[in-house]
Design a protein around this ligand. Structure first.
Ligand SMILES: Cc1cc2nc3c(=O)[nH]c(=O)nc-3n(C[C@H](O)[C@H](O)[C@H](O)COP(=O)(O)OP(=O)(O)OC[C@H]3O[C@@H](n4cnc5c(N)ncnc54)[C@H](O)[C@@H]3O)c2cc1C
Length: 315
């Protein structure tokens, strides 16, 4: 028996949670720990994606709620003894999973891209920039704690009905629960979301300057694409962190990823190498991005991108 922890984001279950649920339901794991205010619509979505039972954990107003959630889950674990609890690789999920690992004295494996729950619990992770996969089997008593990276599985509706929802009392977590949320800020973005876009145009240091990124935006517009970036140009302040693709940024799997003036460092590749088609533009024919590209243009982005933009705009 495995449980799936799903955080509420903007009133709905986090997409990464639905991705994990879509996978685990095929192995009979359909119990969700839902962390958020909750609503009929949110529970209906969980049911649609295969949840049959929901333990509802409601954070108190103004609190991060993660310490109390970990305390509440450890009480549930004592009652029900699940074999595993799966989390998304997100800030809130990591916070709860880490606290739970300490409370229960149980091992946690992070960065999972696949999980098997048949009998023993196994987690697949990538090493050496995704060039090799390692599957690790847990030993010893559960619950085994697993963090799964976003986009590891497709989120697919199962057409299920409403789940049974049980509201779980949230214990007083004492000093650990005293952190308060004093404000939250949602970054304004235009156009398609990076994680959901079918086409992404991404830029790196080879664009030369913040003005160079305008070429990426101009190419993205006619393609209805989202724009992405390397950490180098996020750190340089050319674009916000929300655009960063890679190990410490977002994981994306678009149909087409157009990489402009970026080298293809291992830490960038792990976030985009599973794109269906990769097109790279780089003036260095030895750039590592060409090793994963389906199509490559060896050339200067300042010459190639204006021509592409012109061709698209004239269509
Ligand atoms: C712990 C850790 C985590 C990291 N996480 C991330 C992450 O999440 N995402 C990420 O992206 N990076 C990450 N990095 C950084 C990563 O290692 C690289 O430094 C970074 O990805 C390089 O960015 P870049 O490709 O833009 O720059 P560079 O590596 O400098 O590459 C620039 C490329 O542009 C090409 N170029 C130059 N001029 C032109 C031109 N006029 N026309 C065409 N091509 C041109 C060059 O040939 C070169 O290949 C991380 C690093 C560490 C240590």
């Amino acid at each position: 028996m495995a449980w799936i922890f799903i955080e509420e984001v903007s009133g709905a279950p986090a997409v990464v949670g639905l991705e994990i649920l879509s996978k685990t339901r095929t192995e009979g794991a359909t119990t969700v720990l839902y962390f958020g205010k909750g609503s009929d619509a949110a529970f209906a979505t969980l049911g649609e994606f295969g949840a049959t039972d929901v333990f509802h954990l409601v954070p108190s107003d103004g609190s991060t709620g993660t310490a109390a959630a970990a305390a509440a889950i450890s009480d549930l674990v004592a009652q029900h003894q699940p074999d595993a609890i799966l989390f998304g690789q997100t800030y809130t999920d990591r916070d709860v999973a880490g606290r739970l690992s300490t409370r229960l004295d149980r091992t946690m494996i992070s960065n999972g891209i696949d999980v098997s729950l048949d009998g023993s619990v196994g987690v697949t992770t990538e090493i050496f920039g995704g060039s090799q996969l390692v599957t690790t089997m847990f030993e010893g008593p559960g619950p085994h704690l697993v963090l799964i990276r976003p986009k590891s599985f497709p989120a697919e509706s199962a057409g299920g009905g409403a789940p049974t929802v049980t509201t779980v009392p949230m214990p007083d977590a004492g000093h650990a629960g005293s952190a308060r949320v004093t404000g939250s800020f949602v970054e304004k973005t235009e156009g398609p979301k990076l994680e959901e876009a079918a086409v992404i145009v991404a830029g790196g240091r080879g664009l030369g300057s913040v003005e160079g990124f305008e070429l990426v935006e101009r190419l993205a517009a006619p393609l209805k694409a989202a724009t992405g970036a390397t950490r180098a140009i996020v750190d340089a302040g050319w674009v916000p962190y929300s655009k960063q693709v890679g190990q410490t940024g977002k994981t994306v799997k678009p149909d087409v990823y157009i990489a402009c003036g970026l080298s293809g460092a291992m830490q960038h590749l792990v976030g985009m190498k599973d794109s269906k088609m990769i097109i790279a533009i780089n003036k260095d024919e030895e750039a590592p991005i060409f090793a994963v590209a389906d199509l490559g243009i060896v050339g200067d982005v300042h010459q190639v991108l204006p021509k592409l933009i012109e061709a698209l705009e004239n269509r």
